[in-house]
Design a protein around this ligand. Structure first.
Ligand SMILES: Cc1cc2nc3c(=O)[nH]c(=O)nc-3n(C[C@H](O)[C@H](O)[C@H](O)COP(=O)(O)OP(=O)(O)OC[C@H]3O[C@@H](n4cnc5c(N)ncnc54)[C@H](O)[C@@H]3O)c2cc1C
Length: 472
């Protein structure tokens, strides 16, 4: 789509074409406008390159519009409600406290509504050409976007991810996380398929907002990337909240019923049905690259992992193409800070020649439930597999001041410390402010700091981070 969306040509690397007489040749074309794409595009533009971005959806990407940011606004409300209720016997009268879903949604929209316009304006101000439409390869580094053909020296695939195909009967009856974040009214019964972080986070929100919530997970342990002992405790906390967490159940189909939807499941004890008003797909995401005609450009890809890249985030089969963020089959987890980081590295390699490899050590990750579960570095099994001799510190911290002060009965930690060097190998936290505290451990792991280094820090007090020296 052409009209009014291209920057004045004077902003395009000093070219003299008018807006009508626009060039379709760029140095770099970036597919996407999320964290990875914005980083690549802005960096390349700053280096004087003629750059275009393409997005088929409103500009801004998943995190700002349909993921982290709107989600955490809802999480904030769940936190207030939970904290208030936890303090019921400690001086707070909580009987009137409840979540007003539609007002909360209005508040959430105040964060997302301005994103597409701001995002596009910021590209245009910087001299990045903007295209709206679905990008498809028509040559090794050429893309078709509606009627436009964009030719580039380099293309960066930063197209993010989308919900995986559920591959069950009636899959279309399940709503996505994006639709959940747009619900005008929260139904009475909500069922989540899949026991990943999105299901757990949304289940905690929905339960606090008054819904009867079920999570169905096919494995025996949900939240597989997190420490199993702490996951068990979070599952107990989730059940205490009234969420029906069912493990070892495989969903085989969804049908409409007179009162909503019926979810058919299969498990060790045979077949069962669950009734719900709403069923939410929380069973994983895949790179959004299957309709991009990557084969046309000789780009190798894996439908579950993304564009196959080398250690410089360059396509293994087409050197003109780089990939970053959720759409890249890199070793980095699909998280916003990783998308931004990979965007920086892809831009640098593209601009200066391949020289920088991403370092994925010490990337923290969080489940924004109440309480939060956070993790960085190695889990016990992985540390053992890698031959480390290490000690494990672990403790239930519910009696510690920082948990008691906020009446949180579920908190704990596990840290892994290399016996020889004293370096922090892994840290796993459950409890208040775990999402913030984990950054201290991430800093330690990425910089090779030891437990002595962390004990030497003088922390603010009383804070959860001041507990760190007692965890190592
Ligand atoms: C519900 C939810 C909650 C999340 N919470 C967190 C969190 O708390 N913390 C965290 O770190 N991460 C979180 N994530 C993950 C995070 O959102 C992603 O890792 C991150 O947004 C990926 O950024 P990206 O730049 O790779 O892609 P995206 O931000 O997804 O951007 C890709 C863009 O490319 C566009 N696109 C795709 N294909 C085409 C095409 N062919 N043509 C044109 N445009 C195309 C898409 O429309 C999209 O706008 C969450 C994700 C979800 C879904």
């Amino acid at each position: 789509m052409r009209d009014g969306r291209r920057p004045a040509a004077s902003t395009l690397g000093g070219q003299s074409a008018s807006v009508k007489d626009v060039t379709t040749k760029y140095d770099v074309v970036v597919i996407g406008t999320g964290a990875a794409a914005s980083t690549v595009a802005m960096r390349c533009r700053k280096a004087g390159k003629r750059v275009a971005v393409v997005d088929s959806r409103p500009f801004g990407g998943t995190c700002a519009l349909r993921g982290c940011d709107p989600k955490k606004v809802l999480v904030g409300a769940a936190e207030v409600l939970d904290w208030t209720r936890r303090m019921e016997k400690n001086g707070i009268r909580a009987d009137q406290v409840q979540i007003d879903w539609s007002r909360l949604m209005q508040f959430k929209r105040s964060f997302t509504e301005s994103v597409p316009k701001n995002s596009e304006e910021s590209f245009v101000r910087s001299g990045v050409a903007t295209f709206h439409g679905r990008a498809r390869f028509v040559g090794r580094t050429s893309l078709q976007v509606d009627d436009d053909v964009l030719e580039a020296a380099n293309v960066v695939v930063a197209a993010g991810s989308k919900p995986a195909d559920l591959k069950i009967r009636g899959a279309e009856l399940a709503v996505t996380s994006e639709q959940f974040l747009e619900l005008e009214h929260l139904p009475e019964r909500v069922l989540f398929i899949g026991g990943g972080y999105i299901s757990f986070e949304f289940a905690h929100i929905a339960a606090r907002a008054g819904a009867r919530v079920t999570i169905l997970h096919r494995g025996q342990r949900p939240l597989e990337r997190f420490d199993p002992d702490l996951v068990d405790r979070l599952v107990s906390r989730t059940r205490d909240l009234g969420v029906d967490v069912r493990l070892g159940l495989e969903v085989s189909g969804i049908t409409r019923s007179s009162s909503g939807v019926k979810i058919q499941v299969h498990g060790d004890t045979g077949d069962h049905d669950f009734d719900s008003d709403l069923v939410v797909h929380g069973a994983g995401r895949v790179p959004e690259i299957d309709d991009m005609r990557l084969n046309e450009a000789g780009i190798e890809w894996d439908p579950d992992r993304g564009v196959k890249v080398n250690e410089y985030l360059q396509s293994v089969s087409n050197p003109g193409v780089y990939a970053a963020g959720d759409a890249a089959a890199s070793a980095g987890p699909p998280l916003t800070p990783v998308a931004t980081y990979e965007g920086k590295i892809a831009a640098e390699n593209l601009l200066k020649g391949n020289q920088r490899k991403p370092n994925y050590d010490g990337i923290p990750t969080v489940v924004f439930t109440v309480p939060q579960l956070a993790s960085v570095g190695l889990q016990e099994g992985a540390a053992r597999d890698r031959g480390f001799a290490f000690r494990v510190n672990q403790e239930d911290t519910s009696s510690w001041y920082s948990s008691r002060r906020v009446a949180e009965r579920y908190s704990g930690f596990k840290t892994l410390i290399d016996q020889q060097t004293g370096r922090i190998l892994g840290a796993h936290l459950l409890g208040p402010d775990a999402a913030e505290t984990i950054n201290i451990f991430a800093l330690a792991i990425r910089n090779g700091l030891t437990s002595t280094d962390l004990k030497d820090v003088i922390y603010t007090y009383p804070t959860v981070t001041s507990d760190v020296p007692y965890m190592i």
